[in-house]
Design a protein around this ligand. Sequence first.
Ligand code: PLP
Length: 466
Amino acid sequence: MTPEEFRRHGYALVDWVAGYWSELAKLRVTPEAPPGTAAGALPDRAPEHGDGFAGLLADLDRVIVPNLTHWQHPAFFAYFPANTSGPSVLADLVCAGLGVQGMLWSTGPACTEVETVVLDWLADVMDLPARFRSTGTGGGVIQDSASSAALVATVAALHRASGGRWRQSGVDGRYTVYTSTQGHSSIEKAARVAGLGDAAVRLVEVDEAYAMRPEALRAAIAADVAAGAVPALVVATVGTTSTTAVDPLGAIGEICREYRAWLHVDAAYAGAATVCPELRWVHSGLELADSYCFDPHKWLLTGFDCDAFWIADRAELVKALTVLPEYLRNTATESGAVIDYRDWHVPLGRRFRALKLWFVLRWYGAEGLRAHIRSGVSLAARFAEWVAADERFEIVAPHPFSLVCFRRRGPDGPNEELLRRVNATGQAYLTHTRVGGRYVLRLAVGSPWTEEAHVAAVWQLIRDLA
Ligand code: PLP
């Protein structure tokens, strides 16, 4: 493809994406087609001869769009949002066009330096503790996901707990990891991948608001220490997946200090909310954390994949992960004056993902990001008011952000049936969870195109089908 051909087809494709966004609200949120439909619409073999671009564009309409769950749809209320935005998409285009591989500072100086600066900017916009800034001992890096952030935190915690010995001898079954019963499954997965296994993970009891009980954490750690274990890592959550509960970071952090355990804070979804000063209470005690992450790719208008991960002492992470073969040696690294992000995560190679955060921050400004968060919070609050005012329904957990957990009063069966019927209409998409053993519906607002009319329409639909 010559640059001229790229220009022509690129313009057509940008038109296509803009058209998709403008027409999105008219589509079903979820597809009706049974499994195998998209695969069945494709030929059995790759083409022997290149067949140009016109057919590809037509196939986006024929094969892809009808067989998608539309995450950017204004009536997408499932899981947590995974927003994207114009500036984020355009930045990804630049990233792909540059094709830079920024494993070392020397293989992409701007790729490295823009990432460091933009994560400092973001830390500033969220008022994160000073210890996470690159200007001190800390710093930020983009991981692909909060799951990878949990893995990196686990490895750094093991490094600290073993005095660095795990690098030579692996792990020996003494190390333990703690999160609440509401912690995300990625924490258990990280413990498995790090070689600790499921048996090392303790799920700590929660209170009536589904937040971790610090006294239960202390009791679990004390019992493990008495039995000869080494508490390596505690993962506290700001905004749990089921209900967006907020663990008390200050009390948890004090316990971590006492036992020299690493504290990682997983704010995958809710961290974005702290661009708004009125929601920063969720970070009270964060200055005691060793690492922190949230996903701009969930609720901060930055397309997947973009997890922002900060660490208080970057040297600990680098020591845990660095392996320096001869073929990567270079004078910039040896000078000690640069960051080589390859030592901050599992993959060696990395693309220029900081571009999309940079574009998003410059396009919206902190003010635009705050407006986006506030819109989601106020739409969710409006929905919760309607639910609370209808005596057939109940709200089952606090809803400080843009997720509302609710159910029809009574047994689970009618709630399961209600969710099935709502989603079958294709007019909206919600998912469920279990809270205190009960089946609960979740409505998460997050698309930048969701307006009050969309939330009112889904509430009407729920009432009509209840
Ligand atoms: N942690 C929490 C609290 C989450 O809610 C999620 C996903 O929803 C994750 C971690 C995993 O996120 P990711 O897909 O970025 O790995």
